[in-house]
Design a protein around this ligand. Structure first.
Ligand SMILES: Cc1cc2nc3c(=O)[nH]c(=O)nc-3n(C[C@H](O)[C@H](O)[C@H](O)COP(=O)(O)OP(=O)(O)OC[C@H]3O[C@@H](n4cnc5c(N)ncnc54)[C@H](O)[C@@H]3O)c2cc1C
Length: 262
């Protein structure tokens, strides 16, 4: 169990940032991950009063506040129109509706969890994060950064022309994924993102041009086989490295074929 000594509802991002500089302080998202940890938190910092709970859509981008829930992502008409319904597909098996009503985008992205469906989905698009001190950083860069004491303010998705397919393999619905995978065409360039390897999601770009001549059964198969050779996988309770490598091949091929139909 986690023991919290002091709770503060921050009145500004600056206040939240300053409070968070103490080593035993903790920003609160939905607290669903945090509550499973043990130990003492000096000051728990709640961002719920800072207006970070909305998704703002403009002609060029989506701006998703850190306190937006996964359920809002699942139900947002604009985001799902842009992602061809894949935003909803990516999060729909994360535990259950009550859980997704509480789990936040900020906590999910900040966590950079290896198994994350959210990270895999977002890496498939032209996504950046806005950090309070660190400014706007491409998500791919952020995912590789060490944890520090900054604040994630919002996630920004630039509306580049997009085709996107999301696939995940779970032993049973609502369990953590054995592997997840997004295949996308962003502004004419193909990429595959593989997560739950079980390591953190990684982005593969179609550098060898396997899909450059268009998506067919053969090119999708070749892309899947190539991806399986590139992606390091590992074993854990949910599956062996060999099984995951097989899944990379299958899910990337299926994703590419789904893109071909869009
Ligand atoms: C049982 C269980 C099953 C899950 N299954 C899945 C799954 O299948 N797929 C999937 O993708 N995810 C899964 N998750 C992860 C879940 O979706 C959330 O990503 C996770 O709970 C974190 O979100 P939260 O809002 O609860 O964050 P919290 O638990 O509140 O925070 C998590 C961490 O992020 C920090 N943090 C939060 N917000 C910010 C911010 N704005 N700036 C800086 N730091 C911040 C916190 O200090 C903490 O260290 C699961 C989680 C649990 C507990």
């Amino acid at each position: 169990m986690m023991n919290i000594q002091n709770y503060v509802q921050a009145q500004s991002l600056e206040e939240a940032y300053q409070l968070n500089q103490k080593r035993n302080a903790r920003i609160l998202g939905g607290m669903l991950w945090t509550k499973m940890e043990t130990g003492n938190v000096g000051t728990a910092i709640d961002l719920c009063g800072l207006g970070l709970d909305t998704i703002q859509e403009t002609e060029d981008q989506f701006s998703i506040g850190a306190m937006v829930t996964l359920r809002q992502i699942e139900q947002h008409p604009g985001l799902n129109a842009y992602t061809h319904g894949m935003a909803a597909r990516a999060v729909q098996d994360i535990v259950g509706v009550q859980f997704r009503n509480m789990a936040t985008v900020g906590g999910s992205v900040w966590g950079r969890f290896g198994f994350s469906d959210v990270l895999t989905l977002l890496l498939a698009m032209d996504t950046s994060v806005e950090l309070y001190k660190g400014g706007i950083v491409p998500l791919e860069t952020f995912a590789a950064m060490p944890y520090d004491r900054d604040l994630l303010v919002r996630v920004i998705i630039r509306k580049a022309p997009l085709a996107l397919s999301y696939q995940a393999m779970r032993m049973q619905r609502t369990d953590l994924p054995v592997l997840n995978c997004a295949v996308a065409n962003v502004n004419g360039a193909y990429r595959a993102v593989i997560g739950a390897r079980p390591g953190k999601a990684m982005v593969l770009r179609d550098e060898t041009g396997l899909l450059a001549g268009g998506i067919t059964e053969d090119s999708a198969r070749a892309f899947g086989a190539w991806a399986a050779e590139q992606v390091p996988t590992g074993s854990n309770a949910r599956g062996s490295a060999a099984y995951r490598t097989h899944l990379v091949n299958v899910l990337v091929r299926r994703g590419a074929l789904e893109l071909g139909g869009m």
